[in-house]
Design a protein around this ligand. Structure first.
Ligand code: ZN
Length: 150
């Protein structure tokens, strides 16, 4: 079964202060800020930066209790996760479970831009993975939403 649709969707970087760090990406690297989003259920504020094919997500903790704040406290700012594009996040979760892979999310949850996401524990991959089923994927191959089971 083909799990990954188009390999890497984005790279997630943990930062203490988006407004301070973003200047490097926009002013120095000359990349385009696609948008900002606050995700209270994840305890983060996110800046989405466009590159040629992929995106960079700068993530800032909303509160000191945010899991991201705890991550930065322990590991420092820097690479947080790798976002992988999947065709169907629910199917991917089942597939990973069947293969004995450790998952953080056993049910999909909403991510940036109405995407459906699930995090996979870094135990096997050595980096936190975010499976991303894009609400409207960038390949210009719109997926009929009606095929989804509820
Ligand atoms: Zn992400």
């Amino acid at each position: 079964m083909k799990l990954v649709a188009n390999n890497i969707d984005h790279i997630g970087i943990a930062v203490n202060d988006i407004d301070q760090v973003i200047k490097f990406y926009t002013d120095v690297l000359g990349l385009e800020l696609q948008g900002m989003e606050t995700l209270p259920e994840h305890g983060v504020r996110v800046a989405i930066i466009k590159t040629d094919r992929h995106k960079i997500e700068l993530m800032e903790p909303l509160t000191k209790e945010s899991p991201l704040a705890k991550f930065i406290e322990k590991r420092g700012e820097g690479l947080h996760h790798l976002g992988l594009k999947v065709i169907d996040v629910s199917k991917a979760i089942t597939e990973f479970q069947d293969k004995g892979i450790t998952l953080i999310d056993r049910v999909p949850r909403p991510g940036v831009g109405k995407n459906r996401i699930a995090f996979v524990h870094p135990r096997e991959s050595k980096v936190l993975l975010e499976l991303v089923e894009t609400a409207n994927d960038g390949n210009n191959t719109p997926k009929p939403r009606s095929t989804k089971k509820h």
